[in-house]
Write a protein that binds this ligand. Structure first.
Ligand SMILES: [Zn+2]
Length: 179
């Protein structure tokens, strides 16, 4: 692992109904990664498979890998070396019982909770502010202009459902949060 400076983010989902940073770190270690590959995890209020929904941890943002360390979340396009991975816990088509859904315009199928959507937008705004990124802009990488906010499926054809988000409304919400 070498130090790096990120130019944007790649968004992911866990493709599970539950999880947190510790759980994901165990999944990633089992795949041979050096701990969690994502820089952030946005929780959905369900930590383990049989846990009931917990409003207190819905939308909680956990830190994963440090922002100064190359991640392990999207090898395609060399994105590990250019971006921070942000993973929303959840899987398209499932919303935890008791949770309020995110705006329908944000996702291809319902899965994000309203609190996750709020936290995701706030976290993206905070990263944009800290790094001087335009959430609706691009960065130059390997002779391509890459949007500052993308998702896994934009880079890897083998991950068509990750993260099943509509990015334009999310980018607009981040831009609005920065004004
Ligand atoms: Zn992904």
């Amino acid at each position: 692992m070498s130090a790096f400076r990120p130019y944007g983010v790649v968004l992911h989902c866990t493709a599970s109904r539950f999880g947190d940073a510790r759980e994901i770190a165990a999944w990633h270690r089992a795949r041979g990664f050096d701990g969690i590959g994502y820089g952030r995890v946005v929780r959905n209020g369900v930590r383990r498979a049989r846990d009931p929904y917990d409003v207190a941890t819905d939308g909680l943002v956990e830190r994963g890998r440090a922002d100064t360390v190359v991640g392990a979340h999207c090898a395609a396009g060399g994105m590990n070396r250019a971006t921070i991975g942000i993973c929303c816990v959840g899987t398209p088509g499932f919303v935890p019982d008791g949770a309020t859904r995110a705006p329908a315009s944000y996702t291809v199928q319902p899965y994000l909770t309203a609190k996750q959507a709020y936290s995701l937008v706030a976290e993206l705004a905070s990263l944009c502010r800290a790094h001087g990124w335009d959430p609706q802009g691009t960065f130059r990488w390997q002779r391509r202009d890459v949007p500052v906010i993308t998702q896994h499926s934009d880079h890897d054809r083998g991950k068509p459902l990750c993260a099943s988000l509509h990015l334009d409304p999310i980018r607009r919400a981040v831009a609005a949060a920065l004004r």
